[in-house]
Design a protein around this ligand. Structure first.
Ligand code: IMP
Length: 511
């Protein structure tokens, strides 16, 4: 006969945290939100950590290039979606990896005999006001000088004049030599009051540019996720079908993390794929598996050859209809608590720590806090990011309010049959597990995230916790009754023009 679990399937909104002692010297600025993303072997440090405990979902309407760049700059990580051809996913990863951060390959270049009119056009189209001049007009040609929009006057100079007549020639340009460190390059910019430093190789060819604005930007984003070469970090989703072709290309393009995108990761297909990746790319590659919702699923995934982190969640996503379509899934809080308990037991037994990601269904900032308190190391969100300026979808005005489209990977629109494939290799979706919807536009990712993370830090201070590890250790949670949910809202007061639906503390949850 079937086993019936005695506990009810519960959600985050059924829990509250009890405050603990806040110490006098504690403030939100002293709270460290760093979180491991890779498995931690006994007595070792994690190979990969997030600076904030947030990743974006492997979804077409979420994790595109702009969002990946914006999130990495804030200290989180995107998982570029895999429901697209390998080439275009690889191109997205490449674009994130080549985004600034220190030494950049010059994107706009010209030759000395180009006209001012043409170089002006180039500056307008690219938005670059400083353009290197090389013998062949490429980013790696012999460096001849620099031309900026300050070197000529549009309405005074003859625009048929050649760049060579107006540029600053190499003899008057401050430049660095290949091998120079970023710190040395920035020191040169500072000392000579320059905005741009060309870096040349021994033969005088241009290799890269270093910009003052990037330095300033970096100082403004101290939590930026950078790899050893100072490139932004990015994750890439994969499926259990074409991984033998997809994974090598993503790794070659510089993806820092490989993350399985599957509604059900408790499968032999996923284990086969993990084994293939480990066999071919070794223990260094950071791999995330899932999704699972039980201790049994956790035991399966962390066994040989082992993965780095596990995503927990099935059926809770804001656009998800899996539970009603198929009758599988589990309340997100119950799923997470079950897996956290098994993860902690596994840690006590083996000394290996496996980070957990709570994926989907987070309807507001409070639920992020509860997920972290319950033992998630980080959270994965779709709708939260779909609502930002940087998500890859166009803004749409509906009744005077700005919205963005947001659709599940299990919709006909996404055509991500690989995510839901049950092994029948039908290669078509028989029914949908997600919906096609709109979400309100809430602003830039950095603004929204700043408020969310401030709330997380503030709650951690309420519990006297300075780190996420302290937080889950000291967390005491209580279940709430329906009456106490009512009590938590305002009572017996009138509030004019408060639109609860789109308030910033409630992200317009419909699910
Ligand atoms: P959200 O943050 O509540 O919007 O949930 C995002 C999560 O929903 C993703 O990370 C996936 O795990 C899951 N998901 C994405 N597309 C679908 C779908 O079409 N059906 C069910 N779940 C989905």
């Amino acid at each position: 006969m079937a086993t019936i679990i005695s506990d009810t399937s519960r959600t985050f909104s059924e829990y509250l945290l009890i405050p603990r002692l806040t110490r006098k010297n504690q403030g939100t600025e002293s709270v460290d939100l760093r979180s491991p993303l890779s498995a931690i072997e006994p007595n070792q440090l994690p190979r990969f950590s997030l600076n904030i405990p947030v990743v974006s979902a492997c979804m077409q309407s979420v994790s595109g290039t702009s969002l990946s760049i914006a999130l990495a700059r804030q200290g989180g990580l995107s998982m570029v979606f895999c429901s697209q051809p390998i080439d275009s996913q690889v191109e997205m990863v490449r674009m994130v990896k080549s985004h600034k951060a220190g030494f950049v390959t010059s994107a706009s270049n010209t030759t000395a005999d180009t006209s001012l009119a043409d170089v002006m056009q180039l500056m307008r189209e690219s938005g670059h006001s400083t353009v290197p001049v090389t013998d062949d007009g490429t980013a790696t040609g012999k460096f001849l000088g620099l031309i900026t929009d300050q070197d000529f006057w549009e309405f005074e100079d003859d625009l048929e004049n050649k760049v060579g007549e107006h540029m600053t020639p190499i003899d008057n340009v401050i430049y660095g030599v290949d091998g120079i460190s970023l710190r040395e390059a920035n020191n040169l910019l500072h000392k000579h009051k320059k905005d741009c430093l060309p870096v040349l190789d021994a033969a005088g060819n241009l290799t890269s540019l270093v910009f003052k604005k990037d330095y300033v930007d970096h100082r403004r984003h101290p939590l930026e996720m950078l790899d050893d070469s100072k490139r932004l970090c990015v994750g890439a989703a994969v499926n259990t079908h074409d991984y033998k072709e997809r994974v090598p290309e993503l790794i070659a393009a510089g993806a820092d993390v490989i993350c399985f995108d599957s509604s059900d990761g408790f499968t032999e297909y996923q284990m086969e794929a993990i084994t293939w990746i480990r066999t071919n790319f070794g223990p260094e590659i950071v791999i995330g598996g899932g999704n699972i919702v039980s201790a049994e699923g956790f035991d399966f995934l962390v066994g040989d050859p082992g993965i780095d982190f596990v995503k927990v969640g099935m059926g809770g996503g804001s656009i998800c209809i899996t539970r009603e379509q198929k009758g599988v899934g589990r309340g997100q809080a119950s799923a997470l608590l079950d897996v956290v308990q098994r993860r902690d037991e596994y840690f006590s037994k083996t000394g290996r720590y496996i980070p957990l990601c709570s994926d989907g269904g987070l309807a507001n900032d409070t639920q992020i806090v509860i997920a972290l308190a319950m033992g998630a190391d980080f959270v994965m969100m779709g709708r939260y990011f779909a609502m930002t300026e940087e998500s890859p979808t166009p803004k749409t005005s509906i009744d005077g309010q700005m919205y963005k489209p947001y659709w599940g990977e299990g919709t006909h629109r996404a055509q991500n049959w690989q995510r839901y494939d049950d092994g029948m290799s039908s290669r078509k979706m028989m029914f949908e597990e997600g919906i096609d919807a709109y979400v309100p536009l809430v602003g830039s990712l950095s603004e929204v995230l700043e408020t969310t993370l401030y709330k997380v830090r503030s709650t951690m201070v309420n519990l006297g916790a300075n780190s996420l590890a302290d937080f889950r250790e000291s967390a005491v949670l209580t279940r709430v009754s329906e009456q106490s949910v009512v009590e938590a809202g305002t009572s017996s007061v009138f509030q004019f023009s408060r639109n609860r639906e789109f308030d910033d503390s409630d992200w317009g949850n419909t699910g």
